[in-house]
Design a protein around this ligand. Structure first.
Ligand SMILES: [Fe+2]
Ligand SMILES: [Fe+2]
Length: 331
């Protein structure tokens, strides 16, 4: 980051809290009159809105489509652990950081911290899948594969946190996921269907597609990454995520065999949901170009969209063959 850009960003970040404090002082000024109270209130409202916008923009940029694996869904919402500093989720690997500017290190640190949070959330996601499969009487091979996949995700999370820590210079680790402990048995909504339908839908979207995309994105990222540690990390993730995607296809095969017509019907309906899984176009991250990101294993937006599209079409074709439905490929 150039020094000028750093100063501009610092001013932008401090603008919200500064304006808010000013507003508080104006509203509390003595003698208190209606005018100063009103102006102070407007200043506080504007600064709170501005800070909210900054937070939204920050999340939009830094939660862009880096490799995703199996998503932890609780009551229909994707969840990850809270941000936390400390030990516990790290391995001993360190990438080369010499020559990177503070802003480049911040961007890469945030990208890897985001990936780490998703990898970490995949661990309980597989634990949940194992419980569900056991409840449905799945064979031992599927349960075993589920637990092995969870162990893969533990390794992915440790490595991604290690990279995030090295780039950011902060000891990032996984915090709590309080929502996991607040789960109450809830009657499923009629749209979600029965256990078989939910299993099929989740396996197709989060497993076959989500982990299939994660594998392709990691594989492409590995082919561009110049740092040997990043390259090795992404290669291992690519291989493991491809295996997890195959596990999801095995789960669907089990559901079709044991779940009967309802599972088949759910798979047909899930084909339509695949279309909604497009990668949104996101703003560019200021201060770093796409070439720099690619050399560090982060693919440009356009390529992410293209990979997603290819994976959607491939997943549709394979799923349609299982239910004997013909698919019209998007041009
Ligand atoms: Fe995975
Ligand atoms: Fe993973």
């Amino acid at each position: 980051m150039t020094e000028g850009l750093g100063q501009v960003l610092l001013v932008i970040i401090l603008l919200g809290p500064g304006l808010f404090l000013w507003g508080v002082l104006v509203a509390a000024r003595k003698p208190r009159d209606g005018g100063s109270k009103w102006i102070g209130g407007v200043m506080m409202f504007l600064s709170a809105s501005f800070m909210g916008f900054l937070y939204w923009a920050y999340n939009l940029i830094f939660s862009s489509s880096y490799a995703k694996g199996r998503v932890l869904r609780l009551r229909g919402r994707a969840r990850v652990a809270r941000r936390a500093l400390g030990e516990g989720w790290v391995d001993g690997v360190v990438p080369e950081v010499a020559g990177l500017t503070p802003w480049q290190r911040t961007v890469l640190g945030e990208a890897w911290r985001y990936s780490a949070s998703l990898e970490h959330a995949s661990v309980p996601a597989f634990a949940k899948l194992s419980l569900k499969l056991t409840a449905l009487g799945a064979p031992s091979e599927l349960i075993e594969a589920c637990h092995l996949a969870a162990l893969d995700e533990v390794r992915h999370a440790r490595r991604c946190f290690a990279l995030a820590r090295a780039y950011a210079g902060l000891p990032w680790t996984a915090g709590a996921i309080p929502e996991l402990g607040q789960q109450r048995p809830q009657p499923p909504s009629p749209e979600a269907g029965d256990d078989w339908a939910r299993l099929v839908r989740g396996s197709l979207l989060d497993g076959c597609l989500g982990e299939g995309v994660a594998s392709r994105v990691a594989s492409e990222g590995a082919s561009r990454a110049s740092d040997p540690v990043v390259r090795e990390t992404l290669s291992v993730i690519a291989e493991d995520e491809a295996r997890h995607a195959e596990l999801a296809w095995d789960v669907i095969a089990f559901a079709l065999e044991r779940g009967g017509g309802k599972a088949k019907q759910a798979l047909r309906q899930s084909l339509e949901a695949l279309e909604a899984q497009r990668t949104p176009a996101l703003p560019r991250i200021p201060g770093v170009d796409e070439g720099f990101l690619a050399r560090n294993g982060v693919l440009p937006q356009a390529e992410l969209g293209q990979l997603m599209e290819e994976c959607i079409q491939r997943t549709r074709t394979r799923a349609a063959a299982l239910v004997g439905t013909s698919v019209r490929l998007a041009s």
